[in-house]
Design a protein around this ligand. Structure first.
Ligand code: ZN
Ligand code: ZN
Length: 443
């Protein structure tokens, strides 16, 4: 391919700005922008054409006229003037491929900077949106002229905006998990912002009973507030979610939060030991460099005696995925059971022997059936230890696979959990108190 000949062929058919002409040869030569490629080609063609014109070759003037119109070349226009030739009026005033949008780079940079103003970030990414017809037109153009060295228009816009925004903000581009995505549409001449969430992970302990893990809307009014819930819209006044998330939401100046945890304990169960892994997701945060030590203090003072967080650290969406997968991690429970009739020491020994190492077949408990699919699952018990507390009461320590409903292991849930404590002793038992002691997973 003769590069100059090819460039002239393109210009003879379509008006092209420096960027769009140069972009068709983007893979040739390094360390220059497409507009430099484009204007260099136009200048070279102007020199060539002037040479021909001076030799009285009519093609020279013809070529200069193409450069002066379709090439928007000031140099070609000036040359025609010197040669005392008429400067023809351009048929099209705009570049065929970009419709002149590369001329508006600066105003779009200003719009982008205005959009990100007020947001703290360290990494960003530029996303480019163009109308489908623009991309189709360019594809067709490339096909028609058999152009093998070109770069796509979106790619060039993205590169140019990314470079300038990096310079202007002093931040770096990140293609994987940027804090901000600046979405620019050069054809609509607008820029909008996509702010990626902030994730903070940790572990929580729930020191009291009767606090749900997540905000629990009133079933009567679904959060609007009614007489039944005293106008609060909630069934429980507080939750682990609210006691922890609100502090973070305020510090990060975000829009709202999502609470992710690895499983959940019953409302009436405490969560003790080293706590349960969780991640709070803050959407559209304005601040990211928040002091987690300070936030931990604030949460723990505000929720004193009720909820306590530890090991706060910045996390990612991947950690949330890992949490959800970890719902089946090993758990340790302590449970106070009450039996209908007195039991013997032998009874308790038998329980330990029968249930340690046992696989439990468990059909979805009646009490959660309204929100869980009805199916039978198998869960393993690694160890069961039983201690007599009084004539009819015993303390059970159970280490098992996550997902086992331990209250039903005790009651039998009308035969839906097999084997179970009540049936093994032929003595109906129920749970009085339940604590989660340990969740074994690396977070
Ligand atoms: Zn153009
Ligand atoms: Zn209500």
């Amino acid at each position: 391919m003769d590069v100059l000949e090819k460039a002239f062929e393109l210009l003879s058919k379509y008006p092209l700005c420096d960027h769009c002409l140069g972009r068709q040869f983007a893979l040739l030569g390094y360390s220059m922008e497409n507009n430099v490629r484009g204007s260099s080609l136009k200048i070279s063609l102007t020199l060539q054409a002037t040479d021909l014109a001076k030799e009285k070759n009519l093609d020279g003037v013809k070529q200069l006229k193409v450069l002066a119109t379709n090439g928007f070349s000031r140099e070609a226009q000036e040359t025609l003037k010197h040669l005392k030739k008429r400067i023809p009026k351009a048929l099209e005033e705009k570049c065929y491929l970009c419709e002149g949008k590369f001329e508006h780079l600066n105003s779009l940079i200003e719009k982008s900077l205005a959009a990100i103003d007020g947001y703290e970030f360290t990494t960003f990414l530029v996303g480019i949106e163009v109308p489908i017809k623009v991309e189709e037109r360019e594809d067709e153009f490339k096909g028609t002229f058999n152009l093998g060295y070109s770069e796509g228009i979106k790619h060039e816009f993205g590169r140019l905006f990314g470079k300038v925004l990096a310079e202007r903000t002093g931040k770096t581009a990140d293609y994987l998990i940027p804090d901000l995505v600046v979405v620019i549409n050069p054809f609509r001449e607008n820029a909008r912002l996509q702010v990626n969430p902030l994730f903070v992970g940790g572990r929580y302990r729930k020191l009291v009973r009767d606090i749900p893990q997540s905000k629990w809307f009133c079933s009567n009014c679904r959060g609007r507030g009614c007489d039944k819930c005293g106008g609060t819209g909630k069934l429980y006044p507080e939750s682990v979610e609210e006691l922890t998330s609100n502090v973070l939401l305020e510090a990060a100046e975000g829009q709202k939060t999502l609470f992710h945890a690895s499983g959940r304990e019953d409302i009436d169960a405490r969560m003790l030991g080293t706590g349960r892994p969780f991640v709070i997701e803050v959407s559209e945060p304005k601040k990211r460099s928040i002091d987690l030590k300070e936030i931990k203090e604030k949460i723990n003072v505000g929720a004193v005696g009720k909820v306590e967080v530890s090991k706060l650290r910045f996390a990612t969406k991947d950690v949330v995925r890992h949490l959800k997968k970890g719902e089946g991690a090993q758990k340790e429970y302590r449970l106070l059971a009450e039996f209908e009739n007195p039991f013997s020491d032998e009874d308790l020994k038998m329980l330990e022997e029968k249930l340690t190492g046992a696989t439990i077949k468990q059909q979805t408990p009646i009490r959660v059936m309204h929100r869980r699919a009805d199916l039978i699952r198998e869960r393993y018990i690694y160890k069961l230890k039983v201690k007599k507390v009084s004539l009819k009461r015993a303390l059970l320590e159970i280490r098992c696979q996550g997902g086992l409903y331990v209250k039903e292991l005790v009651s039998g849930d009308e035969g839906r959990t097999i084997p179970n404590v009540s049936d093994l002793l032929n003595n109906r038992a129920k749970t009085l108190k339940l604590d989660v002691l340990k969740i074994i997973m690396d977070d």
